[in-house]
Design a protein around this ligand. Structure first.
Ligand code: AKG
Length: 257
């Protein structure tokens, strides 16, 4: 981690690791994601949620070793740990592909309907770009600094769907990774091009918060049996407190508050 990266993450709420993924890894992710969209068809994303104007996939840890490698990438985990502190876990691993000519942007939101609490920040997302992010193709917008506001956009803004005067749209080539403190207000924008804009969201939360997708219930026994101790730990598979938290949370799919 460099000082400028940490400063950017602290102050603006996000940092872009440009051209972070080796080309072979990027190609492997693209191949597997497209296979899964084909295989899952209309059910794609149903373990978590489906979204008009975007294709989604959920529970990706169960669907390929390449994804298990992704969630445990050391440099990215270091930045996530900078936001969340020493103890955190994977909350969910999903893909999202903004449809071509999808005129509708997402509203500005904070992930998992979460505000920072007395222990600090509790959510951090990482966006793995499978396609270039351009001004036209549905890149993610973010309002820098709003992770410090302690407010939800829907409580402050007249229209969270509308462009925000202070927002920036992340522009970066395929293969980049955005690490984002997702208490910061953000959302996908409209894709005005002829091709989908694909990403993977590897989403982490602080250890004392419930996972957005309860990995212990979602992962097949054979997947769980093959995981390394490090991955079991990152997925909180052996943590009784996680079981209790997840059992208590009936809906773990909080998109907005
Ligand atoms: O895919 C994106 O650009 C952002 C998506 C997002 O923020 C979400 O689905 O919660």
């Amino acid at each position: 981690m460099t000082q400028p990266e940490l400063h950017q993450l602290d102050e603006q709420g996000y940092v872009v690791l440009e051209r972070f993924m080796p080309d072979e890894f990027l190609q492997a992710l693209r191949r597997r994601i497209e296979e899964l969209y084909q295989q899952e068809g209309e059910n794609a994303g149903s373990e978590f949620r489906q979204e008009p104007h975007a294709r989604r996939l959920a529970n990706l840890v169960d669907k390929g070793e390449v994804f298990q490698q992704l969630i445990a990438t050391p440099r990215v985990l270091e930045l996530v740990g900078h936001v969340l502190g020493l103890r955190f876990k994977l909350s969910s691993l999903n893909a999202r592909s903004a449809d071509p000519h999808s005129a509708e942007a997402q509203p500005l939101h904070c992930d998992a309907g979460a505000l920072p609490d007395e222990n600090g920040y509790c959510v951090c997302n990482t966006i793995w770009l499978l396609d270039d992010f351009t001004p036209e193709n549905g890149s993610t917008r973010i309002v820098p600094g709003t992770h410090k506001s302690g407010r939800f956009p829907q409580d402050v803004l007249g229209d969270p769907f509308a462009p925000h005067g202070d927002e920036i749209v992340v522009l970066a080539p395929a293969g980049s990774v955005v690490v984002m403190n997702t208490h910061a207000w953000h959302g996908g924008t409209a894709n005005h091009t002829d091709t989908p804009r694909r990403v993977i969201h590897s989403f982490y939360c602080r250890w004392d918060k419930p996972q957005q997708q309860y990995q212990k219930r979602l992962l097949r026994p054979e997947t769980q049996a093959a995981l390394s101790p490090e991955l079991r730990c990152l997925l909180a598979l052996d943590d009784p407190m996680n079981d209790e938290l997840c059992a208590r949370t009936t809906s773990m799919s909080g998109f907005m508050k």
